[in-house]
Design a protein around this ligand. Structure first.
Ligand SMILES: *Cc1c(COP(=O)(O)O)cnc(C)c1O
Length: 283
């Protein structure tokens, strides 16, 4: 049986009582984060909690705890569940009130729900790579918010899965934005390209760590969107997220990228990324 966080208490999961009028349930009116746990410790917890509060600000939602208290709540949850290698999922909704689109009265408090899960690192996919499918990005124009509204992302991921692909490469016309729940990168002529952190993508915490790794290994970065037209000019392609880490993308729309094997820069980045995890966990 697992222990979950509900508002400000740790309870057994069957004790949770979500209202039919929770605005997360009715409108997707809320935000979330997924934080990695390695060897019992949260990785880049500060960055994730900062981003959660930024997402909250962007939708004018107030989280009635300091970030330090919030961090402690996540920490206690992980301890209670004795997570070793896994993740914390946490969401915050705009609370419970009679259904109406405009915000409820300011006295209505947000609803916080968090739980943990053991999740292995995807070592096979990290080594072998995955395939992807291009899908038109029809999401709204505030993709910088980690919102609970994920219909565009869900439909894109399903379209990829229907074709036996692991992830969708989203594009607005000719412009490649990101994945359905990941960021996208290509290497061309020894330079790494990735979409700049604008309103068209979610600025991944993994993305930020990867950009640091690029500097460490001497891979120049250009934060400039890749174009669909030049897709196959890339020697390497990969995706990143908190749970997936760095996964080589070896095929897009059934055509190989480069040699059709994980690229050497991608492999170097995976090693640099892993070194950072080990350093953080040992610290
Ligand atoms: C969460 C997410 C990512 C990856 O962010 P990380 O912080 O690296 O996990 C990328 N794109 C979308 C749409 C996401 O929701």
């Amino acid at each position: 049986m697992s222990i979950i966080l509900w508002n400000n208490q740790l309870i057994n999961e069957e004790e949770i009582n979500i209202s039919k009028e929770d605005r997360g349930y009715q409108f997707g009116d809320g935000i979330y984060e997924v934080i990695r746990v390695y060897d019992g410790s949260m990785y880049t917890a500060k960055e994730h909690i900062d981003r959660l509060y930024e997402s909250a600000d962007k939708i004018r939602l107030i989280i009635p705890h300091t970030k330090d208290v919030f961090h402690k709540m996540m920490y206690d949850l992980i301890e209670a569940n004795e997570v070793v290698t896994g993740q914390v999922y946490v969401q915050v909704t705009r609370g419970v009130s009679a259904r109406q689109h405009q915000f409820p009265s300011p006295s209505v408090e947000c609803v916080i729900t968090a739980y943990t899960k053991e999740v292995a690192r995807p070592v096979t996919q990290m080594a072998n790579g995955v395939s992807a499918k291009t899908v038109e990005d029809v999401r709204w124009l505030r993709c910088d918010i980690k919102s609970l509204n994920l219909l565009g992302n869900v439909l894109a991921k399903q379209e990829a899965h229907d074709e036996g692909c692991f992830e969708a490469v989203l594009h607005r016309g000719d412009v490649i934005t990101e994945g359905s729940s990941s960021n996208m990168y290509g290497v061309r002529g020894g330079v790494l390209y990735t979409h700049p952190a604008t309103n068209y993508i979610l600025n991944g915490i993994t993305r930020r760590v990867i950009l640091e790794c690029c500097e460490e290994i001497g891979l120049p970065v250009v934060e400039e969107a890749m174009s669909l037209t030049n897709l196959y000019d890339h020697e390497e392609f990969f995706m990143s997220s908190t749970t997936a880490e760095i996964l080589p993308i070896i095929m897009i729309d059934r055509k190989p990228i480069g040699t059709g094997l994980p690229g050497s820069w991608t492999t170097k980045l995976q090693a640099a990324f892993e070194a950072k995890i080990n350093k953080a966990v040992l610290a």
